[in-house]
Design a protein around this ligand. Structure first.
Ligand SMILES: [Zn+2]
Length: 348
């Protein structure tokens, strides 16, 4: 079968090659791939900066944002042929740690987890894949091709769950959320904020293209320019850019009892001057919390599936800015100005 693969650690090694059919050891459910979303992690792996092949192999099949259709599933597995499904990315570590031991592999404490398409397990960017029923999520029938957004939505669902759990430390009635970055994660974070009835503000660099209108159509307010100019003190900030200056500004703009959720990964090496004493003073005197979040477990995928099912499907569809066939994977991995989510469509 054809698959988009890479030799991890080796730049310019990505190629569509013939790979063996997925082994039975990957799980009893056989899925035909419909689409795979592309994100920054894939670009990092292709550039040789990240990623690990399965043990004993040279190439890693890419792809962790999946959408497929079940071709064959054993009786009693909870799945049957024709189901639209999405595979979960992470698998628990073998020890397992206390988090992985209860299915919270997103919180793995020893780093020995594996991840499909990223770390020591083949991904979903192949014509077919096999998977365990415990790591497969069934989609509501109406969602169709938009199901490829489930993985990024699961990351956002986890972020919101943790914001709300932290918020329960005391009486708290948040009204305003500021999302920094209007990429797929930021826009999905804004969607889930609206679904919670919050006043949603989104800050991004661009002033043109589809992002401002997408935010407005959600009922949110779009901002560009410096954060201090926005004129609000949000109860919640969901930081999706990893930009060092935004992380700082977010904390200083936050309302009392506010929560900053860091969901973007900084590239590191960018130095900004920070008055840590002032930051400390601000956070202590305002009971502020700043926390990081990554990945998602099964209940976050389920929450994300519910969130996507009740969202405006036309709005969600506009998040998928391009669909490229597998043969044009290079185009899929090359960012264009108006891109939001680019998808490799295995049905084209
Ligand atoms: Zn673990």
């Amino acid at each position: 079968m054809r698959a988009l693969t890479v030799i991890p650690g080796k730049a310019n090694s990505a190629a569509v090659v013939e790979m063996p059919e997925p082994p039975a050891s990957d799980g009893p459910i056989l899925v035909r791939t419909l689409a795979v979303g592309v994100c920054g992690t894939d670009a990092e792996i292709v550039s040789g900066q990240y990623g690990w092949p399965p043990r004993g192999e040279e190439r890693l099949i890419l792809g962790h944002e999946s959408l497929g259709e079940v071709e064959a599933a054993p009786a009693g597995s909870g799945f049957s042929a024709g189901d639209r499904v999405v595979g979960i990315v992470r698998r628990p570590d073998p020890v397992p740690c206390i988090a992985c031991g209860i299915g919270e592999w997103d919180m793995c404490r020893n780093g020995r987890y594996t991840e499909r398409g990223i770390k020591e397990r083949h991904g979903y960017a192949s014509e077919r894949f096999r998977i365990e029923p415990d790591f497969l999520v069934k989609l509501a029938p109406g969602l169709d091709a938009l199901g490829v957004l489930l993985e990024p939505a699961s990351v956002v669902a986890k972020a919101w769950e943790h914001i709300e759990r932290i918020g329960r430390r005391a009486r708290w009635e948040p009204a305003t959320v500021l999302v920094t970055g209007a990429g797929p994660i930021g826009l999905l974070a804004a969607l889930l904020g609206r679904q919670r009835g919050l006043d949603v503000h989104v800050l991004d660099r661009v002033t043109e293209g589809p992002k401002p209108q997408l935010v407005r159509n959600l009922g949110g307010t779009y901002h560009s320019g410096p954060m201090a100019g926005i004129g609000i003190h949000p109860d919640i900030v969901v930081e999706c850019t990893g930009a060092a200056s935004l992380v700082m500004d977010a904390t200083l703009q936050l309302a009392a009892d506010g929560i900053v959720c860091l969901a973007g990964v900084s590239s590191g090496g960018r130095r900004i001057s920070v008055d840590v004493g002032m930051l400390n003073r601000d956070m202590v005197l305002d009971n502020n919390v700043m926390f990081g979040t990554v990945n998602a477990n099964l209940r976050h995928y389920q929450a994300a599936a519910e969130a996507l099912a009740k969202a405006d499907q036309a709005w969600l569809g506009r998040l998928i800015s391009r669909r490229e066939p597998l043969g044009r994977w290079q185009r899929a991995l090359t960012r264009q100005p108006d891109d939001i989510k680019v998808v490799i469509d295995f049905t084209l």
